[in-house]
Design a protein around this ligand. Structure first.
Ligand code: A3P
Length: 292
């Protein structure tokens, strides 16, 4: 089998990965001053971070649907470790922005220790069942230039998962880092992708409480319509259609948006290989996820 460990030259040059992040960026990420009211949304890739960023932004900005259609989400929420060559990095942009900052990261928790303990920033950790996450990530690898438009099969991709060579590292290592933070800190909240699917009104009400915001019933209804899979798929400000390094003939960024697609991909053996760390790492931390 081909060696897929290095996820493309572009990725190496332009992205900070948890495995090879340089000291300067670590220091910068860990030491910049987060302010009262700032929000950090963090997730393992493909667990629905785009969906929750859009929701958090709308909660903050009183359901300003018009702006959510006209200004790209990438401009409304700063992707902290993103640093395309030749333009300012997410962190550089942030320093110039007015507060509150709504920020996104895929980094593990350790480098944000000081900010979390300052209690100023509120952190939202997103989780989705690992099997649907891996299937979604497989299609993301296939459509993304930085990942070499991955040409392997699902089984090849699963080998990369087993070797713990996926971008941002292993799903279970990632949540081993963040789940204890959710338990130990009142300013760190866990949100499940599957809850957004099943009971969005409850998720919105919970987030309003967590972020000290209030919305009218009409605003909540409008936000829910705006956040539906169909509506977000059509919204050019969030569907990533403007991003040149995605090949939309291979997949969409908002691809299926369902629970349980993993059943179309996983063999019984592959499923068992995920069940074990799921029980050891996720369930043992008191978190249960829905798989269908
Ligand atoms: P699928 O590939 O399973 O469709 P991220 O934003 O972290 O990259 O996650 C992308 C995943 O979230 C994709 O999963 C995408 O379809 C799903 N998603 C994004 N917006 C959604 C929405 N409004 N409703 C349901 N799923 C959504």
């Amino acid at each position: 089998m081909a060696d897929y460990r290095i996820p493309g030259e572009w990725m190496k040059e332009n992205m900070v990965l948890s495995n090879d992040i340089d000291d300067e960026t670590i220091n910068k990420l860990g030491s910049f001053q987060m302010k009262e009211g700032d929000v950090l949304v963090t997730a393992y890739p493909k667990t629905g971070i785009t969906w929750i960023q859009e929701l958090v932004w709308l909660v903050y900005y009183k359901g300003d649907i018009a702006k959510a259609h006209s200004v790209p989400l990438t401009e409304r929420c700063t992707y902290l470790e993103y640093k395309p060559s030749g333009v300012p990095s997410g962190l550089d942009l942030l320093e110039k922005e007015s507060t509150p900052h709504i920020m996104k990261t895929h980094m593990k928790s350790e480098i944000f220790k000081k900010q979390i303990e300052s209690r100023k920033v509120r952190v939202i950790v997103v989780i989705r069942n690992p099997k649907d996450t891996l299937v979604s990530l497989y299609h993301f690898y296939r459509m993304t230039a930085n990942l070499g438009y991955f040409k392997g099969t699902w089984d090849d991709f699963f080998e990369i998962y087993k070797a713990k060579h996926l971008i941002y590292g292993d799903y279970f290592d990632w949540y081993s880092s963040w789940l204890p933070q959710c338990k130990d800190n009142f300013n760190v909240k866990l949100v499940k992708y599957e809850d957004m699917q099943r009971s969005m009104p409850d998720v919105i009400n919970d987030l309003c409480l967590f972020l000290d915001k209030s919305l009218s019933e009409k605003q909540i209804n409008d936000i829910m319509k705006h956040l539906s899979f169909d509506s977000m798929s059509r919204n050019g400000a969030v569907n990533c259609k403007n991003i040149p390094y995605f090949d939309f003939t291979v997949s969409s960024f908002l691809r299926k948006g369902i629970i349980g697609d993993w059943k179309n991909y996983f063999t019984r053996e592959q499923s068992a290989l995920v069940d074990k760390p799921y029980n050891d790492v996720i369930v043992s931390m008191g978190v249960k996820l829905e798989f269908e």
